[in-house]
Design a protein around this ligand. Sequence first.
Ligand SMILES: [Zn+2]
Length: 325
Amino acid sequence: MAFPTQRMRRTRRTPGLRGLVRETHLRPDDFIYPMFVAAGGDVRREISSMPNVFQLSINNAALEAKRVYDLGIPAVLLFGIPDAKDEAATGAYDPEGIIQLAVRAIKEAVPELIVVTDVCLCEYTENGHCGIVDGSSGEILNDVSLELLARTATSHAEAGADIVAPSDMMDGRVAAIRADLDREGFENTPIMSYSVKYASAFYGPFRDAAESAPAFGDRRSHQMDPANVREALRENALDLEEGADMVIVKPALPYLDVLRRVAESSDVPVAAYNVSGEYSMIKAAAENGWLDERAAVLEAMTGIKRAGADIIISYHAPDVAAWIS
Ligand SMILES: [Zn+2]
């Protein structure tokens, strides 16, 4: 049957009809809100390339966590900005490190909020790399980095993290982290693995936010080539085999095809990370009056969910939660 019997516009005529036939719905509990926790007493520093996103000291992070929880957002993802960095990234697994202290403070302030911690070394190494760098060759060493990543994840769990999220893209780190967590009695702590993480230009503003830009070289020896999708499916399958409980595709909007393929081939929840550059583009256009921010953000988030994301990690999360509830 075709026109004039079929008329697609029949069900688009009114807001009520459009709502009735809508296939994808956003809810506040689809979201995880990323936060940057900085050392210091009473810090609230706006990140110049990410309007309305702040580096927060622990006391202010706890207040912000309470605010987003009250908006209906069930989880936050923490990144740490330590006051000192060194070659061995000791701040990453220090029981009194910035993330470990922040987790304790946030869990005390908002016990029901799910606290997810980013597990990587790049915020804690002097050179800003995600693993230990060989002094002579400059190579990021895979296997020796695994032990430190595992130690970092376990120290987060000890501090009370509900979920650990390794973002380093070293081979074998999910298995190493799972083994260490289990050995230390954290067999119930889930791993949300950044299983598919591309070497993306859209991370630019994040590096201002987390002060983690590499001092030399780049991350293309461990993060994925943006041109590849079959490789993404292999990365994802390996992380699932190693014990990932949830997986992340990062970035989101330029990789919706990858997200779709990963979602179709995974039997675990799939998160999409709507990264800093995706956020800043909409914010900048909105500030110039070139885009309707609310409409553009809701359309982008709906697109990510429609492509297959069960969970969306986004700096827009508090705005979205306020708009839709
Ligand atoms: Zn890293």
